[in-house]
Write a protein that binds this ligand. Sequence first.
Ligand SMILES: Cc1cc2nc3c(=O)[nH]c(=O)nc-3n(C[C@H](O)[C@H](O)[C@H](O)COP(=O)(O)O)c2cc1C
Length: 242
Amino acid sequence: MNEVIQQLFRRKSVRAYEDAAITQEEKRLILEAACQAPTAGNQQLYTILDITRQDLKDALAVTCDHQPFIAKAPLVLVFCADCKKWYDAYRDAGCSPRAPGVGDLLLAVSDALIAAQNAVVAAESLGIGSCYIGDILERCQDQRRLLGLPRFVFPAAMLVFGRPTPQQQERPKPRRCSLEHIVHSNTYRSMDGEELRRMLDYHRGKQSYEDWLAAFCRRKYQSDFSREMTRSVAEYLEQYQG
Ligand SMILES: Cc1cc2nc3c(=O)[nH]c(=O)nc-3n(C[C@H](O)[C@H](O)[C@H](O)COP(=O)(O)O)c2cc1C
């Protein structure tokens, strides 16, 4: 395995940080590396918010499902899918652009996430850990107000960064599913109950598969935060319906 692939295997989410700051040079490298990611039509359909105000970090720690480590992260970036800036440029230059639609949003979300992952990999190479915060999709209206997001700008991903504590460094990385269940040959193959059990079995520990899955379903899929995320994103998407 070469060094790049070793780092991809070693990387794990980091949720507790040393006090050591991230230098301006490191931050700039992480941001520049994010911008080197592939981007549809070389448009960079994203805007990155560098959250430096402590009061904003504190607020995001609350609105993103009460995760206090967000407030303690030395670097917090929000990757917004930005369908506004090109639309504004087109209009400013006298074009007659159609309003951005759901397809445009998905393309911009792809761009934003790919840039975000470049930031993760760049940070890792500098010894800086990171964690995605999916709850930026929850309470969408609150996040928009906090971050001053206008129409056609969607907070696709939030990342927090910091140097891992020794405990975080030693913590084992969670295992992944076997490749045979993840990679299908040519066309999609629906997995039957047997295969789904084989795929997920390693999660259950000492519990029965049914007990583990029922608890997981309650916690992750049927939970208030998951319902709220789905509701608030659907509401947000209404503006892209034309
Ligand atoms: C889209 C996305 C959203 C996530 N949201 C959160 C989050 O809100 N809080 C958190 O602690 N971890 C979050 N994570 C991190 C995952 O829990 C983590 O990637 C997963 O458990 C696998 O562990 P690893 O990254 O250490 O390999 C998120 C990851 C992704 C990709």
